[in-house]
Design a protein around this ligand. Structure first.
Ligand code: UD1
Length: 340
């Protein structure tokens, strides 16, 4: 059995990926400092999979803690999620973002290189494209200057991984550029639970529907799009999690050491904010209070993925419908808030 270290594995994407990996037969080791998550997600993973998860409360910036994990386990590969991710906060606290996001990744790579190498999946974002000139974006679409320190840490970490695999022939990497991950595991045992006021659209919607937020503000309806609201590529969290299994298989079966490939992970279907709001209400039979306000600073007008490379090379495709995804998102929020 191959053992995979999931850094940030108690978080939203990490916990769903831990489930998919376990189901696919991997041994999973989670390292998380719980700075933006708690152990409830670990209980959820164990309930869903029926397997015990090996968990280290550890900070990836701390080399000694990382060495301990690699010393106590045979780690064949790592998926690196551990990072700060709030765009606005990164503008307020750039040094905290640069320190945490870059140190955690370089420390992980250093420890891996010292422990005989392995496969690395880096969790990147469509944010690296900024507002692309041509849509949909392929992996060849040029990256634009990042609009925030958060976005910049994603670009720099991509470069770090490219350089690291070039220099360490026993490391190989895959960079996954996620579009907008939403939804929850169909069991409603794990899902997204942001601390404080959600920045992202779907958690804000589910919390508004649950009565925790008064109303949703739609940021701008004067974009050059069919209904004036911004276009995004919303991908189901379980489809996204499955892409990590495909990426690991690709590295084990086909890719050669010393290389690093990049893949877009999206659905390829653009959806507007308004379309998503309407769909959420229809699917879940709830009324959502919303109003239109001005554009949010730093938002792009439209972005969606060309996923042909991932479809062809990884043999992976997003399968779940937006209806299914929005139903799962609501089921999770209702369970969390004990709404019947
Ligand atoms: C953001 C990050 C992205 C990150 C992703 C994680 C940027 C610019 N964006 O993407 O890197 O990977 O989160 O999920 O770096 N909206 C509203 N009202 C709200 C919240 C959002 O109208 O209360 C709109 C936004 O203006 C946007 C869309 O909904 O048009 C999606 O927003 P959001 O979920 O925050 O994701 P992104 O900004 O696309």
């Amino acid at each position: 059995m191959k053992n995979i270290l999931i850094t940030g594995g108690a978080g939203f994407i990490g916990s769903h990926t831990a489930v998919e990996l376990t189901v696919a037969g991997y041994g999973v080791v989670i390292a998380d400092n719980l700075s933006n998550s708690d152990t409830t997600s670990l209980e959820g993973i164990e309930k869903i999979t029926g397997r015990k998860i090996l968990f280290y409360k550890a900070d990836c910036c701390d080399k000694k803690q990382m060495q301990k994990i690699f010393g106590e386990n045979k780690i064949d590969g790592a998926i690196h999620f551990a990072a700060f991710k709030a765009v606005g906060e990164s503008v307020q606290k750039p040094l905290m973002y640069y320190y945490n996001n870059l140190t955690s990744f370089t420390t992980l790579l250093e420890v891996m290189a010292e422990s005989g190498g392995g496969n690395v999946v880096f969790s990147s974002s469509a944010t690296v494209y900024g507002q692309a000139d041509v849509l949909p974006v392929t992996e060849e679409t040029p990256r634009k200057t990042a609009a925030s320190p958060y976005g910049n840490t994603k670009q720099v970490c991509e470069d770090i991984l490219q350089d690291a695999v070039r220099a360490h022939s026993d490391l190989q990497g895959i960079i996954l550029r996620y579009f907008n991950p939403i939804g929850a595991h169909p069991s409603a045992l794990i899902g997204e639970s942001p601390r404080g006021i959600p920045n992202n659209l779907v958690p804000f919607i589910t919390q508004t529907a649950a009565g925790i937020r008064r109303e949703l503000q739609i940021f701008g309806n004067d974009y050059n799009t069919p209904d004036g609201t911004a276009l995004r590529d919303y991908i189901d969290i379980m489809d996204l999690a499955a892409a990590h299994v495909s990426a690991l298989k690709r590295m084990t079966d086909h890719q050669s050491a010393g290389t690093c490939e990049v893949f877009n992970v999206g659905t390829g279907n653009p959806l507007s904010v308004m379309e998503l709001v309407v769909k959420f209400q229809e699917v879940n039979k709830v009324n959502l209070k919303y109003s239109i306000t001005g554009r949010r600073e730093g938002d792009v007008e439209a972005i969606w993925a060309d996923t042909s490379l991932a479809n062809k090379v990884l043999g992976w495709k997003a399968r779940r419908s937006i209806e299914e995804t929005l139903a799962n998102a609501w089921a999770w929020e209702k369970k969390l808030r004990r709404i019947i």
